[in-house]
Write a protein that binds this ligand. Structure first.
Ligand code: 1BN
Ligand code: ZN
Length: 348
């Protein structure tokens, strides 16, 4: 049986429309969303600053845990790039998959390598490797965290057409989101959490073609059809995509607000720094669409630009998406925001 939930909030009236498969999850969702509506914004904040090398990692923390270490996330981002572009089917991709497994194993209770086959728009059938790290497998309340780890085989937005058939390094578009999640897992292992957390590093996100929505997010589409646990029902999902640029701008992505507006409010209330912009941004065909279609309310923290033709930063799908454009302080803000959200849910 399915339910439609409609609720109005005290401070700002808006509607949450969502479908859940059972009443228990519906009530939990309403309760958590309502409580989180006030939590991060009202508990007060402390600002922390760490300096390492030339970069300052600064974020605003509301939790009692140690601040998120942006330099750690930076290092995990760099290590992925050292494999070279992680184009599905290449040796670099296979080596990186092994490294992701080993790295998550150090921080998670269990790690699953999910393999399967998907149909790409232009390259025929393709094997996928989704790497899934599970923290607190028995916890009922769970948070799903996703990022894609593959990189696009074609830099087809590069200003130089000679580069259009070269692969993208994907320091921002791929490695940055994974870098934040690997560091988050490391810190949660060190400090503990009562929440169940599932880190799903999805493959073959970036082999899509224009005007074909279904050609993107193939690893996520596979996972949504074959969840790693039967009856999987986390409270919410958060997708990270392109979260490392020094001038990143994280506005509220359209589909996130459409599918999970109350949770977007809650996350932006927990936001840890100036890269989070409290305004409505554009719509992106990203992995979160397929998670939402599977019945899990999922939002996308993604760097979108109103002042660019593509809607993204200037290195998007070019050969210049390298570590040169990655900032430890931006990674720290995103990681700290996740820590704040986790602390908030834990306190419910
Ligand atoms: C995000 C990063 N995406 C690809 N690389 C998703 C996307 C799909 C963005 C279609 C724009 C158009
Ligand atoms: Zn991409």
């Amino acid at each position: 049986m399915r339910y439609v939930v409609s609720a109005s909030q005290r401070i700002k009236t808006y509607r949450i429309l969502f479908y859940f498969d059972d009443m228990k999850m519906t009530l939990l969702y309403i309760a958590l969303t309502a409580i989180m509506m006030t939590a991060c914004g009202s508990t007060g904040t402390t600002t922390t600053s760490e300096t390492s090398g030339n970069d300052t990692t600064t974020a605003t923390a509301t939790a009692s845990r140690k601040p998120f270490d942006g330099n750690g996330a930076m290092e995990f981002t760099r290590q992925q790039c050292e494999f070279g572009p992680r184009v599905p089917g290449t040796p670099a991709h296979a080596k990186c998959a092994e490294w992701l497994m080993t790295t998550l194993q150090a921080s998670c209770d269990s790690v699953i390598l999910q393999t399967g086959t998907v149909q790409t728009a232009t390259e025929g059938k393709m094997g996928i490797k989704n790497v899934i790290g599970i923290i607190n497998p028995k916890a009922e309340q769970r948070l799903l965290l996703l990022a894609h780890w593959d990189t696009r085989p074609w830099a087809d937005n590069d200003p130089d057409p000679a580069n259009h058939r070269k692969p993208v390094m994907g320091a921002n578009d791929g490695a940055s989101g994974v870098g934040v999640l690997l560091q988050l897992a490391r810190q949660l292992k060190a400090e503990g959490t009562t929440l169940g957390i599932d880190i799903v590093l999805v493959d073959v996100e970036d082999m899509g073609v224009e005007d074909n929505e279904e050609s993107w997010g193939l690893g996520t589409q596979y996972w949504a059809q074959h969840p790693h646990v039967g009856g999987y029902k986390p409270l919410f999902g958060i997708l990270l995509d392109m979260v490392g640029a020094s001038d990143a701008s994280f506005s509220r992505e359209y589909y996130s607000s459409y599918y999970a507006g109350g949770f977007v409010d809650a996350v932006w209330r927990c936001a840890a720094g100036s890269h989070f912009v409290n305004s409505q941004g554009g719509a992106v065909t990203d992995d979160h669409i397929f998670v939402n279609r599977a019945g899990i309310p999922c939002i996308d923290i993604i760097d979108m630009r109103t002042n660019s033709e593509t809607g993204f930063n200037s290195v998007w799908h070019t050969v210049n998406d390298t570590m040169d454009g990655i900032s430890a302080s931006t990674l720290a803000e995103v990681g700290q925001t996740l820590l704040n959200v986790i602390a908030d849910i834990e306190q419910q």
